[in-house]
Design a protein around this ligand. Structure first.
Ligand SMILES: [Fe+2]
Length: 277
């Protein structure tokens, strides 16, 4: 995260706050098809078919965490429920979008694990309120139904998320809201992670497209090898629940998040789903 860039991006005034040079460049590329609405970050989906190589979504560590070396941040908990609707009091919010690779190809079956504060700015560290994971569909689309997270000391308004394409590294990042006063002072905030947000009735509708650092379509199958698959109890196609244990290549793993296993999601490949015991 580059705090100086954040200040530079904000120096031009409230209306332009949050639009980085990169975002403007991206918007300019799509201008003939979708004129830039001032204050609205461009969506990666609009670059489809242009042949433009997209910048990956930046990584963003949670700097308010004393254990910052852990990419999960201070309030991440494994084992989040498989659900796309997070319920509780607050202003209704939907966050929808797509997961793309850098060539703008949709990434199907990407794991998206969201966690956020409640309307009062508190995280549920004993249960799983406002925590849940889902998978992108065949078009790479996802939709989270939740509430607008509250503020807590030292941070601007944000939603945490981990995104992982099958058999690929985890992207840990955060999503931000435009026109938040604290965006100016939050040293973790980055304008490229601003969502498009609009008010609909008494709620909000937000959109954001993730761009993973993947070129080409990730194969759902592991790279063929000349050696037979390692022996063990793990099986593609099986449904696992958090806490389940399997063996794979003579090692034991514990399931962190309920999921249906795909080829390519062997326990050593998906640390978001399996932990060595
Ligand atoms: Fe947070």
């Amino acid at each position: 995260m580059d705090a100086e860039n954040t200040r530079d991006d904000n120096i031009e005034g409230k209306e332009s706050r949050g639009i980085s040079r990169k975002t403007l460049l991206k918007a300019a590329l799509i201008a003939p098809a979708a004129p830039l609405l001032f204050g609205a970050p461009a969506l990666a989906r609009n670059a489809q078919g242009t042949g433009q190589l997209l910048d990956p979504t930046p990584f963003c560590d949670d700097g308010d965490d004393p254990t910052i070396a852990q990419t999960e941040g201070p309030y991440f908990k494994p084992n989040s429920p498989l659900r796309s609707t997070l319920t509780g009091p607050g202003v209704p919010l939907t966050v929808s979008g797509y997961v793309f690779g850098r060539s703008c190809q949709p990434i199907a079956n990407a794991l998206l694990d969201f966690w956020q504060a409640d309307t009062n700015g508190a995280y549920d560290n004993t249960g799983y309120t406002f925590r849940g994971h889902q998978f992108s569909d065949a078009q790479g689309a996802f939709k989270l139904t939740t509430i607008v997270p509250g503020l807590y000391p030292g941070r601007t308004r944000h939603i945490h998320v981990k995104v992982q394409a099958p058999n690929r590294p985890v992207l840990t990042t955060q999503l931000y809201f435009p026109n938040e006063p604290r965006n100016n002072t939050d040293t973790i905030f980055h304008p490229s992670l601003l969502m498009n947000v609009r008010t609909v009735g008494s709620g909000r509708e937000a959109s954001f497209d993730f761009v993973l650092n993947i070129i080409g379509t990730p194969s759902p199958s592991p790279t063929p090898t000349t050696t037979p698959p390692p022996s063990g109890t793990w099986r593609a196609g099986a449904s696992y629940r958090a806490g389940d244990q399997v063996t794979y290549a003579n090692l034991t793993y514990r399931c962190l998040q309920a999921h249906t296993a795909y080829a390519g999601w062997e326990p050593p490949n998906v640390p978001a789903l399996w932990q060595r015991v």
